[in-house]
Write a protein that binds this ligand. Structure first.
Ligand code: CA
Length: 231
């Protein structure tokens, strides 16, 4: 996955530069603007995955920038910074469309944590919008019916696709053979048939055998579970 691009708009140079150094160390691409005008300029001319916005800026305020950003991009995660932790201030921030809020001074670790949460949420929203189910490096596109692990395309039969889709909708949950039979085959489970195990085996050969981490695991006596587990 490409490193996320973060735009910091903060006029206190020391804070801005400290954040930049820390975020770069954590693998992000960072652009800093020391006033609102430059901040808007970078936002308009660049592509960013997250915006860190100080409220009190010379020229155009952080609230005004956030309002303008939201007119063009309703999904870009925006984190507000302020030195006044008043409720009115927070409400102003949320009213113009900020997603989260930090009061200065704050721990860098807390910022990092919040950034991770915002980026993860935004990536998931983008995947949902594109109708994609995902686990580890496996992606299933429900529109085009394409399956990929990393950059490798995987071809599944219709039944294997349905089986994997059922697993993807129920990640980290043990699924009994009876549940799988009912939801994927639409049949009551017949203990004399090994059709479920046969198809799980087909699926594993295609999506797990040559890849890491393994995704489909046997839960002895209970069924199967799809989860990320190194083994
Ligand atoms: Ca400021």
């Amino acid at each position: 996955m490409d490193a996320a691009r973060i735009l910091i708009v903060e006029d206190e140079k020391k804070i801005a530069d400290t954040l930049q150094v820390g975020l770069v160390e954590n693998g992000y691409h960072v652009q800093v603007a020391y006033d609102g005008g430059m901040g808007l300029h970078h936002f308009t001319t660049g592509h960013y995955n997250l915006l860190i916005l100080d409220i009190n800026l010379p020229g155009i305020s952080g609230l005004e920038i956030c309002r303008k950003v939201r007119q063009q991009d309703s999904t870009l995660p925006v984190m507000m910074l302020t030195s006044m932790g008043t409720l009115a201030d927070k409400i102003d921030g949320y009213n113009v469309g900020a997603d989260d809020y930090l009061v200065k001074p704050f721990e860098f670790k807390e910022l990092l944590l919040k950034i991770n949460v915002l980026l993860k949420r935004s990536r998931q929203a983008q995947l949902a919008q594109r109708n994609i189910l995902k686990v580890a490096d496996l992606e299933m596109n429900l529109d085009s019916k394409e399956i990929k692990r990393g950059n490798t395309r995987i071809n599944l039969t219709a039944k294997e696709f349905q089986l994997l889709e059922y697993f993807l909708h129920n990640q980290n949950k043990v699924l009994s053979r009876a549940e799988i039979a009912l939801n994927v085959w639409g049949i009551d489970f017949d203990t004399n048939t090994n059709i479920i195990d046969v198809y799980i085996n087909y699926l594993r050969n295609k999506i797990d055998k040559h890849y890491s981490p393994r995704l489909i695991h046997t839960q002895t006596g209970m069924g199967y579970i799809l989860k990320v587990k190194e083994d």
